[in-house]
Design a binder for this molecule. Sequence first.
Ligand code: PCA
Length: 325
Amino acid sequence: MKKLTNLLAATALTATSALPAMADKWDMPMAYSASNFHSATGAEFAKCVTTGTAGDIEIVTHPSGSLFPGAQIKRAIQTGQVPIGERLMSGHQNENAIFGVDSVPFLATSFDDAAKLWKAAKPTLETILADQNLTLLYSVPWPPQGLYFKNEVNSVADMKGIKFRSYNNATARLAELTGMLPVTIEAAEISQAFATGVADAMVSSGSTGYDRKVWESLNYFYEVDAWLPRNYIMVNSEVWAGVSDSSKAVITACAEIAEYAGTWRAKEYTGFTMQGLRDGGMTVGPANDALKAELRAIGETMTAEWLEAAGEQGAAIVDSFNSMK
Ligand code: PCA
């Protein structure tokens, strides 16, 4: 028996001393539900890094805003409260209009165009983020944004006075320009907000409506393909500087895989979630032509406003994007 205990103790010791000296645990806050495709992608990215670095860096994801709510994640990474995290970048248009480049209505309305816009904007975004102590690892789009309502809507006039859940400046501005009343609510909170009548409408993807089972409160989804906003996975630049070259290579490779896999998932999920909304009992279809035209006109106003706010950098991104089309 003593022998066995000794043996166990020796094995435990060996196991402990075999652990890499620099083993590091990275908590990674994410704002969206564990079932969401961004969270699934993040979980695989975490696994890829943990396995690839042989545990030198173990990434642990915290979905559903459980560690930090979405609005606080970027600051938490910047200030080193967490080394890494995922954030919807357009949530920070207040800081810099460039962060809202992916939420300009009708600028990029398909996955292909969203990829081109991302390519055009990436170098500028990386520079802005670097100034904020942030290093970009990967980015994945949401599916195209459409309009959710409790009641049937056929024109902008029908929207007047409706309480509209917003998730960034652009969505709040859209509410204002359509005569609705914006109320900012994180995706993790929307099921409750709709159930209690805090809001009766939103613009979002089929994915978020599906994840949050919004058919329990809302009845109509109008496919508008207004824009495809993106989530970004960022690491604190000081933390990044301290990572070994070999671990950096693993993380960069895992990030590339995650961006590809996440984008693929977003595409696959678009049709799947539309059907999910229908199965839940919602009426799903394109907005009528008159409503589309009204929304386009509002989009033009918002595009002009964005270009004004984003200045030369914004104009250069749009030029570069247009040259790729
Ligand atoms: N879902 C997120 C952002 C965009 C989307 O499709 C949300 O509604 O908060």
